[in-house]
Design a protein around this ligand. Structure first.
Ligand code: UDP
Length: 389
């Protein structure tokens, strides 16, 4: 990495060169301050992310690709770098429009879901080789001396992994739920399902309380659960899994749309819930900004969601919800904009477009010719159906 970029990132300084560290940092704000000026300011600054509303070239998420590939722009990606990265994920190669990968893989369901997405665009891809991390946690810690490249679905500001769409945009490998034992659902289907659920309950008919269901995958969630115990008329936040403690049944995504204020927290990394709950036309309160997915930078705080610091206290969360009730019209407008953004700019075609643009730009950085490798298998449509889930 260029030293200047390393230093900028080490001090979390955002520069025009959009170093990796400069993701969608949320300026800290004080709950005791009125949030209305934040909304007005954010709206004043906000510009539509694409020149055409249908965003045929997926300009909306293009900045993330530039930012993530930025560290490799100068020196490129060599065969030696790829060799070092191989132990951290699954090796994929695209050669003449066909996809190949190593035969043995961890998390075969996750691989199958990503492959499903890639098969749809294979003929448009240049010859390319990349390492896909199918574990939850990113693999390239910042300032570790190791620079990757590794593709991961979620990263923090402390990682240099190149973000790619999560396997859960496809069908079978998302986290299993009681009513969706094979995962949280194929995104194309879930989008329509959630939009229909949102249409069932108008803003006026939503319960004016904060809502959360999930596992205790991060302690950040405890504060809201505590507030729920203290003020059940203001918040209903309960764990569906928490070792040694009482838990409640899961609520399907569509059930979330009954409530006005939906909380999103990071978990082990980014939670897959954010894109689903934005489709409820409820107001999303997004806690913390440590974990990102590829589309997070395009969502703007106060425009599409309310940013909440991860160290918010019980009292400040309580005050925030009380204040949001008082500014019901503003809350409804943010909820509507959040919905519109995901509906218009996080379509399955945007996810595929992101993969296509990412691989096309990444391929330009490769400093060697991608070649067939003995033992690699070709990924075909039926590979997924044949896998033992
Ligand atoms: N989930 C859900 N209903 C529930 C509990 C969880 O829809 O009652 C979804 C949740 O939104 C997320 C996934 O299941 O997309 C896993 O949630 P969990 O809290 O277990 O983990 P996370 O990924 O958020 O850390």
């Amino acid at each position: 990495l260029p030293l200047a970029l390393l230093l900028l990132c080490a001090f979390q300084v955002c520069s025009a060169s959009e170093g990796k560290c400069c993701a969608n940092h949320v300026a800290p704000w004080n709950f005791s301050l009125d949030f209305v000026p934040h909304i007005l300011h954010a709206l004043e600054q906000y510009r539509p992310c694409s020149s055409q509303p249908s965003d045929p070239d997926c300009e909306c998420h293009a900045l993330t690709i530039r930012r993530d590939l930025g560290p490799y722009a100068e020196a490129g990606i060599t065969r030696a770098m790829i060799s070092q990265s191989r132990r951290l994920g699954v090796v994929y190669k695209v050669i003449d429009g066909r996809i190949y990968r190593q035969p043995e893989v961890p998390h075969p369901k996750r691989c199958a879901d990503v492959e499903d997405m890639l098969l749809g665009i294979a003929v448009e891809l240049p010859n390319v080789e990349f390492i896909l991390n199918v574990c939850d946690w990113p693999q390239v810690p910042f300032l570790s001396g190791f620079t990757g490249p590794v593709f991961s679905h979620s990263v923090s500001h402390q990682h240099l992994d190149i973000m790619c769409p999560a396997w859960s945009f496809s069908s079978v490998s998302g986290p299993p739920l009681q009513r969706f034992p094979h995962g949280i659902g194929q995104w194309g289907h879930m989008r329509r399902h959630m939009a229909a659920a949102a249409a069932q309950v108008s803003w006026e008919h939503k319960q004016p309380i904060g809502f959360f269901r999930g596992t205790r995958s991060s302690t950040e969630r405890d504060t809201l659960v505590r507030l729920s115990g203290r003020s059940p008329d203001l918040v209903d936040a309960q764990y569906t899994s928490n070792v040694g403690a009482e838990t409640v049944d899961e609520v399907p995504f569509s059930g979330h749309c009954q409530y006005k204020y939906l909380f999103n927290f990071g978990g082990i990394t980014a939670s897959f819930r954010l894109r689903h709950i934005l489709l409820c036309k409820s107001l999303v309160l997004h806690v913390g900004d440590q974990w990102q997915e590829f589309f997070y930078s395009s969502l703007k705080p106060w425009v599409h969601y309310v940013p909440v610091p991860s160290n918010a206290t019980v009292e400040s969360l309580e005050q925030l919800l009380v204040d949001l009730r008082l500014h019901d019209d503003l809350a409804e407008e943010i909820a509507e904009r959040g919905f519109q953004f995901v509906w218009q700019h996080l379509r399955l075609q945007d996810v595929q477009c992101y993969w296509r643009n990412l691989l096309q730009e990444y391929a330009k950085l490769l400093k060697y010719r991608v070649e067939q490798e003995p033992g690699f298998i070709e990924v075909r449509k039926q590979t997924k159906a044949l896998q033992k889930f």
